[in-house]
Design a protein around this ligand. Structure first.
Ligand code: DQA
Length: 149
């Protein structure tokens, strides 16, 4: 059975109330529910986790690599700084789609650089909570498709 691990990093537990003008009003539980219903329909196993701690994200990416699960990753601010998360993606061989609710390229310059993007399969940013749904579509149409060929 195809599997997706949805991994969210720091401050994403605050979605819904956190800077709604930037991140919208949908909660993380709401995003997870939407993805769960799509995955149920398509018979994809979905695991959802969130942590404010960098090491948790490293461990979970390694686990996804071992489990051969595709990953939808919003690493929050660690996107711009974490060599440890980048090394986890590269080292585990996990297929990771980097997602952001906001368009990081239209924001402060310190958000323009992702240290993770070069080792990810692709990046989706700027579509609010729909960035996650688009990542799910990308996985179904490329990664799962590819792994079947
Ligand atoms: C974010 C963008 C990051 O720059 C920020 O630190 C976040 C959220 C996004 O989803 O738009 O925490 O990853």
């Amino acid at each position: 059975m195809n599997a997706i691990h949805l991994i969210n990093g720091p401050n994403l537990n605050l979605l819904g109330s956190r800077e709604p003008s930037v991140y919208g009003t949908v909660t993380l539980a709401g995003i997870e529910e939407r993805l769960r219903s799509t995955c149920d329909e398509r018979k994809i196993a979905l695991q959802c986790r969130q942590s404010n701690h960098e090491g948790d994200l490293v461990t979970w990416i390694q686990e996804a690599g071992e489990a051969k699960a595709a990953v939808i990753l919003n690493a929050g601010a660690y996107t711009h700084t974490s060599i440890a998360i980048r090394d986890a993606i590269a080292g585990s061989g996990a297929n990771v789609i980097e997602v952001h609710l906001s368009n990081i390229h239209a924001r402060e310059t310190f958000r323009h650089t992702s240290v993770l993007a070069p080792v990810c399969a692709g990046v989706i940013a700027g579509f609010g909570s729909h960035s996650y749904d688009l990542a799910l579509e990308a996985i179904c149409n490329t990664i799962f498709e590819t792994s079947r060929n």
